[in-house]
Design a protein around this ligand. Structure first.
Ligand SMILES: Nc1ncnc2c1ncn2[C@@H]1O[C@H](COP(=O)(O)OP(=O)(O)O)[C@@H](O)[C@H]1O
Ligand SMILES: [Mg+2]
Length: 224
C-alpha cells in the first residue's frame, strides 16, 4: 500500500484555510481517495484539549516558548494518533494549519529564536513533512475583516463577536505573519505554493485543485 499524501493549508486569520481544506477534501473523495480532514491545534483527543487551553479566553498570559511547547505537545499526539496512521494506511491527510504556523506565529511574529523552532520541529515533525503546503495569501486587514465576519452574513452585527486571542493582536503582528508565510514559501518552493486568497472561493479552489493535480495526482499516476 502506497503511503498517502500529506497536504497542509497555511496563512493568516480569515485567509480561507478551513473553507479550502473542506473543498479539497470533497474533491479528493469524489475521486475515490480516502481523506482525513484534520486541523491544528487539535486533531486528536488530547490535542483538542490542548487547543482549548491555547485558544481559550481564560488562559493566563504566557510567552512564545511556553506556547510553542504546548503546540508541540499537541502536534506530537496528533501526528502519532491521527496523521501517521492515516498516511501509512494509504489515506490522504489534509491539515488546516501545521508546523509553518508555529514557525510564523511563535517564531517570526512571536520572536522565539529560529534555532528553538527548528529543534522542536525536528523532534516533533521528524520526517512527516507535508508533501504539499498551500499558503493562502492576502493582506492582513482583509483576512481579519473576513475572520471577524465569519459564520455571520451580516458582518457588522458580528463585529464585536467572539474572536480568539490571535485575532485580537495588533495589525503589525498580522502583517508579520503574512511576511513569515511568504518567506517560508520562497525558501521551500518544492513543498509550498502561494495562492492569492483575495480571489473568489471558486477561483482559489480551482488553483488549489490544479496544484494538487500537477504536483500529487499526476506524479502518483506516473509511479503507478
Ligand atoms: N475566497 C473568499 N472570498 C471571500 N470570503 C471568503 C473566501 N474564502 C473564505 N471566505 C469567508 O471568510 C471567512 C473566513 O474563512 P475561513 O475559511 O474560516 O478562514 P481561515 O480558516 O483561514 O481563518 C468565512 O466566513 C468564509 O466563508
Ligand atoms: Mg479556520
Amino acid at each position: 500500500m502506497a503511503r498517502g499524501k500529506f497536504i497542509t493549508f497555511e496563512g493568516g486569520e480569515g485567509a480561507g484555510k478551513s473553507t479550502q481544506a473542506q473543498l479539497l477534501a470533497e474533491r479528493l473523495k469524489a475521486r475515490d481517495i480516502q481523506v482525513v480532514l484534520t486541523r491544528e491545534p487539535g486533531g486528536s483527543a488530547f490535542a483538542e484539549q490542548v487547543r482549548e487551553l491555547i485558544l481559550g479566553s481564560n488562559t493566563a498570559d504566557h510567552g512564545p516558548l511556553a506556547e510553542a511547547l504546548l503546540f508541540s505537545a499537541a502536534r506530537a499526539d496528533h501526528l502519532e494518533r491521527t496523521i501517521r496512521p492515516a498516511l501509512e494506511a494509504g489515506q490522504w491527510v489534509i491539515c488546516d494549519r501545521f508546523a509553518d504556523s508555529t514557525r510564523v506565529y511563535q517564531g517570526v511574529a512571536g520572536g522565539l529564536p529560529k534555532a528553538i523552532i527548528e529543534a522542536l520541529e525536528r523532534i516533533v515533525v521528524d520526517d512527516t513533512v507535508p508533501d504539499l503546503t498551500i499558503v493562502l495569501d492576502l493582506p492582513a486587514t482583509d483576512g481579519l475583516a473576513r475572520a471577524r465576519g465569519r459564520g455571520n452574513n451580516n458582518s457588522r452585527a458580528n463585529a464585536g463577536g467572539p474572536s480568539d486571542n490571535y485575532e485580537d493582536r495588533p495589525l503589525s503582528f498580522h502583517e508579520r505573519l503574512r511576511d513569515g508565510f511568504l518567506m517560508i514559501a520562497t525558501a521551500e518552493p518544492e513543498r509550498c505554493v502561494v495562492v492569492d486568497a483575495l480571489q473568489s472561493q471558486e477561483e482559489v479552489a480551482a488553483q488549489v485543485w490544479n496544484t494538487v493535480e500537477i504536483r500529487l495526482l499526476q506524479q502518483q499516476q506516473q509511479s503507478d
